[in-house]
Every structure is written in structure tokens, then in C-alpha cells.
Design a protein around this ligand. Structure first.
Ligand code: UD1
Ligand code: CA
Length: 468
């Protein structure tokens, strides 16, 4: 039986030092909101349910975070202890260990949180505090110990004596508590301190005085437990996270051509022998198959991409790409595009809400929107599906093996049958049956020997004008 574990993420603060309209925990890191990085680490540690305490611009926080979380509201930001208390709104029924973390730790991971929860369980603790030993502990709450060396309190920098400030073991705002003990003792905290706030850090002393068991777990990898307060710290932490993600992929058999310019989001899955070329950003819930080459200069978000594809200098967003597909350079593959196996999408092609069938080719300068293109169809350069009449969107259907000549204008709703040929430059506004030829353009007229007569006339006109 898996043991119960809940999570609380404190994300109601404004993050004043970020100097942003966005709340701190909503600020994006590799495509994920900062608070979401903490939520996903808790999930990886096995926490369920997970409650987010939101407050300052709580609407924005709920908006950017997954709806798989519970939300509690802290309407006034009266400190971290007060914030944790708000989580009782949604966790009152819960009994057992609960991880509590600030929402601003970009590098926190599931393994570290699991280690904390395991130590908490193994020790039979009521409170377990993650700590880090810093050479320069400035700004952090310091861990105080009793005569026996047991942790007994945390003192904030602003409330600390000069002697206490010399202590190097600090609180990083990551804890595991017994939930019942937490919610029982939180209301007993006082706000009589330098900042006039209810400090979650004071829970340590509260549990200690209550006769509960308190323990610290020291984390050697300080980066994992480091919070960010301003945008430079955020930038440096994002860089460190980025490198750690790249290293994980490289060690699993992915070629990272240039670690300085590859940006892979934390939830991206890359297959073995995938190659990530320079200046490539892959974010969100993206899956890239085996031996697929991505980049240079490519941005992919929330896509599923098959094996053996080549995605060059292109933008793909919420699209599905099967095996052996070639995209780019300079293609724009928009939401609900589906490129089936072996399809080829070339330069300056935009595909939106459309299926491109197996081995079909859309090689240049084309817009295919709200359409279904069958297998082995050839869409010539400059083809446009006119899918929008200014009021409604309409669909275009192109059958298997159809050949659409260059610069064709397909006015939807319209259907082109299998094997049909559309003459180049056609405007097609009526359905074309299978195997037919459709011409929808002005007939060409040729006038032999017309050009010299024209030139002679124009030269004469110019001379007349000059003599006036
Ligand atoms: C806190 C700790 C400090 C620790 C440091 C580590 C306290 C009193 N101090 O200080 O010991 O060394 O983290 O980074 O806990 N929040 C709310 N509601 C509030 C206040 C804060 O939800 O009313 C949230 C914030 O959004 C943030 C987290 O709590 O995610 C931490 O708040 P922050 O103000 O950054 O705490 P620190 O002053 O850094
Ligand atoms: Ca902080």
C-alpha cells in the first residue's frame, strides 16, 4: 500500500522584488510557471492531494496552474504561517504527513521531497525541516538547537541576534509536517516579530514545545533547495535547471549539439538518438520520437512528434506529427495540425487545424487551414485554402493522390476528389470529382508578332511628346 502524502505550496505572495505585474509564482521558467515546478516535484514525490495557497492575483495563479490542484485563498498576505493555515480550507479531512513548500524553488525535485517525506515517516516525526548549510546564510532563517543539539526553533534574519546570524544552517521553506499537528498548532503562532507576520518557521518551536518530534534533513545540493526573490536569481536558476535537464537527456542518449542554446522544458520527452540543434526551444507536454532531428532555430510547444522526423527552422504549436515527416525550413504548424507519416511540409507553409495525409507534399508558400488532405497528394507552391468568409470557417477536402497546381485558390467549402488535377493558377469554388481535371482561370491568348508593333508605336509616341 502506498502511504498517504499531501502537499501544500505557498504561492500567495506578490514577490515584490520581481518588479512584475505577475505574481512571483506565476513567472515562467522554461515554459512552466515557477509554482508549477514545485507542484510537479510534489506530485513526483507522491503527494496527492496538493493544495496551492493563492492570494495576490490568485486568478492569474489558478489560470497558469493545472486544475489537478486544490486551491485555497489567502486574501491578505499575513505571512507564511498564515498562508499554510489557509490550506486547512481544503485539507481539513486529511490525516498524515504533508509536504509544505514555498512556491519559488525552481530546482526542487521529486527525489529530494521524497527523501524529506521518507525521513519524516521513518523518524515518526511531527515536523521535519529541510535545511542547507551556506557559507553566506544572509537573508535566511537560521536553525537553532537546544543543549542536546536537537533543532528547537528557527529565527528569521531580521529577528536574529548577531550571534544567531553566524549560524550557517538555514531553513529553505521546505518542510514535512504531521497535518493534524500543523493545523492544530498554526493558530497558536504570534505575529509579534520584526515583520509583524505569522511565520511558518515558528512551527518548529511550537512543535518542540508541544513535545512533538522535530528533525532536520540537511541537503547537500543547495541549488535544489534555493528560492528566488529577484529576476536575476530567477534567470540564473532557470539556467541551472536548463543545464540539468539537458544533462539528463544527454545521458539518456540524446545529442545536444549546443548546451548553451538548447531550451528543453521539464516535461518534454525526447527519444533515443534524437538530435537537438542550436537555438531550439521545446516546451510544454511535448514528445519527440527516436532519431528525430530538431533545429536549428526551432520552437515547439505541446506537440507529439514521431520517430525519424526532421524539423528545421520552424514553429510548431499543439500539432501532431507522425514518423518520418519533414518540416521546414520556415514552416508554421499551428494547433490541431496533423501531419501523417512521411508527409513533407516545406518553406513558408502554414498548416492549421488540418490533416496532411501520408506521404503528401506541401512544399512551398502555402496555407492549408481547416482541411483534410489525403495520402500522396501534391499541393503546389502558393496554394491557399480560403477557409474564412469573414464570418465563418469552412472546410476543404482533398482526396488521395490529388494534384493541386501551383497558385491555386481553393474557396471552401469545397471538395477535390481523389486523383483529380487542378490546373495551376485556378480559382476553385465548386467541387471537383475524382480523376477530373479542373481549370479555373482565364484562357491564354497569344498574338504572334505583336511585340515589335507595340514597341514601334510607343517609340513614336515618346518622340512626339519630346517635340511638344
Ligand atoms: C522564508 C522563511 C525563511 C527562509 C526563506 C527561504 C518565513 C517566515 N521565512 O522567508 O526562514 O529562509 O523563506 O527562501 O517563512 N507567501 C504566502 N503568503 C504570505 C507570505 C508568503 O503565500 O503571506 C509565500 C510566497 O508566495 C512564497 C513563500 O511563501 O512562495 C515564501 O515567502 P517569502 O516572502 O519569499 O519568504 P522569505 O522572506 O524568503
Ligand atoms: Ca523567499
Amino acid at each position: 500500500m502506498t502511504e498517504r502524502l499531501a502537499g501544500i505550496v505557498l504561492a500567495a505572495g506578490k514577490g515584490t522584488r520581481m518588479k512584475s505585474d505577475l505574481p512571483k509564482c506565476a513567472m515562467p521558467v522554461l515554459g512552466v510557471p515557477l509554482g508549477g515546478l514545485v507542484g510537479r516535484a510534489m506530485r513526483q514525490a507522491g503527494a496527492d492531494p496538493i493544495a496551492f495557497v493563492v492570494g495576490h492575483r490568485g486568478d492569474v495563479m489558478r489560470d497558469v496552474l493545472s486544475d489537478s490542484y486544490l486551491y485555497a485563498e489567502q486574501t491578505e498576505q499575513k505571512g507564511t504561517g498564515h498562508a499554510a493555515m489557509m490550506a486547512e480550507q481544503v485539507l481539513s479531512e486529511y490525516e498524515g504527513p504533508v509536504l509544505v513548500s514555498a512556491g519559488d524553488l525552481p530546482l526542487i525535485d521529486g527525489a529530494s521531497l521524497k527523501k524529506l517525506a521518507d525521513a519524516h515517516r521513518t523518524g515518526g516525526n511531527h515536523a521535519t525541516v529541510a535545511t542547507v548549510v551556506f557559507d553566506d546564510p544572509t537573508g535566511y532563517g537560521r536553525i537553532l538547537r537546544d543543549a542536546k543539539g536537537q533543532p528547537c526553533a528557527i529565527v528569521e534574519e531580521k529577528d536574529a541576534t548577531p550571534e544567531q546570524r553566524k549560524l550557517k544552517e538555514v531553513c529553505v521553506s521546505v518542510y514535512c509536517f504531521d497535518a493534524k499537528t500543523l493545523f492544530r498548532l498554526l493558530p497558536t503562532l504570534s505575529a509579534e516579530n520584526a515583520q509583524g507576520e505569522y511565520y511558518l518557521t515558528d512551527m518548529l518551536e511550537a512543535v518542540y514545545k508541544d513535545g512533538g518530534k522535530v528533525e532536520t534533513v540537511i541537503f547537500e545540493d543547495a541549488a535544489v533547495m534555493t528560492g528566488v526573490n529577484d529576476r536575476w536569481q530567477l534567470a540564473l536558476a532557470a539556467k541551472e535547471l536548463r543545464l540539468r535537464i539537458l544533462e539528463r537527456h544527454a545521458k539518456a542518449g540524446v545529442t545536444i549539439v549546443d548546451p548553451d542554446t538548447a531550451f528543453i522544458g521539464p516535461d518534454v520527452v525526447l527519444g533515443m538518438d534524437a538530435v537537438i540543434h542550436p537555438n531550439t526551444v521545446i516546451e510544454g507536454e511535448t514528445h519527440v520520437g527516436k532519431a528525430t532531428e530538431v533545429g536549428p532555430n526551432t520552437l515547439i510547444r505541446d506537440c507529439s512528434i514521431g520517430d525519424g522526423c526532421e524539423i528545421l527552422m520552424s514553429h510548431l504549436n499543439r500539432a501532431k506529427v507522425a514518423d518520418g515527416v519533414r518540416v521546414g525550413p520556415f514552416a508554421n504548424i499551428r494547433p490541431h495540425a496533423e501531419l501523417r507519416a512521411g508527409a513533407k511540409i516545406g518553406n513558408f507553409v502554414e498548416i492549421k487545424n488540418a490533416v496532411i495525409g501520408e506521404k503528401s507534399s506541401v512544399s512551398h508558400l502555402t496555407y492549408i487551414g481547416d482541411a483534410e488532405v489525403g495520402a500522396k497528394a501534391n499541393i503546389g507552391a502558393g496554394t491557399i485554402t480560403c477557409n474564412y468568409d469573414g464570418f465563418l470557417k469552412h472546410r476543404t477536402k482533398i482526396g488521395d493522390g490529388a494534384f493541386v497546381g501551383s497558385n491555386s485558390t481553393l474557396i471552401a467549402p469545397v471538395e477535390i476528389g481523389a486523383g483529380a488535377i487542378i490546373a495551376a493558377g485556378s480559382v476553385i469554388s465548386h467541387d471537383v470529382e475524382a480523376e477530373a481535371l479542373a481549370l479555373g482561370r482565364a484562357r491564354q491568348e497569344v498574338k504572334p508578332e505583336w511585340a515589335p508593333h507595340f514597341r514601334a508605336r510607343k517609340i513614336a509616341e515618346r518622340q512626339n511628346q519630346g517635340s511638344n
